[in-house]
Write a protein that binds this ligand. Sequence first.
Ligand SMILES: [Zn+2]
Length: 225
Amino acid sequence: MGEEVERRDNNMGKFTLVRVVVGLLQANCYLYADRETKEAVIIDPGSDGEKIVRSIEKRKLNPVAILNTHYHFDHTCANKDIKERFNIPLMIGKEDAGRLQSIYNDAMQMMMQCNPSPLADNLLREGDIIKVGRLSLKVIETPGHTEGSVCFYDEYNHILFSGDTLFLESIGRTDLPTGNTEELAHSLKKLFTLPLHTTVYAGHGDETTLLHELKHNPFVKDALS
Ligand SMILES: [Zn+2]
């Protein structure tokens, strides 16, 4: 897996998408930017703040917000570094906001020697729209991996940031605090109402499409049956 992969929209020249792989658990931090205005969101700065900052500066991006797909430490450990650096709001699903500083996260953060996350500035709800220059991301609530897990969907460019809800040929675990297998199945059903050519950028591992997952992901087959 590449350390840093960049995808540019080949049709309209609208967006730049960069994946930065961070931390021991190799989580994906994404920079999603309007290619023209350079406004960008930072999705899941899970660790390695300096590496993320370098990636932002190299492209002269202008960060407007930090988005967390859920509260787990491997997606939030660099929240503090990034927030202090750019002075931008931190946004997370409303049910996970209070868990950024939970006992589970505290313990893991201590083990990983990372900074506790600051509190969230915005609590995200189903249907909220986050503007990133000319781009927009819609919030889809997808509880299951954690109670407050959310996905971010660009319905114009058919791009889904799925956090730890859906992976390439796998799905998120439900055995951690607030995980729920039935809710995850329900959330997957919701995601598969989106166009099947949607490209999925997950919280770990390589990109995929909903169509690929429909055909090759046994957990999805189970959930949708
Ligand atoms: Zn997680």
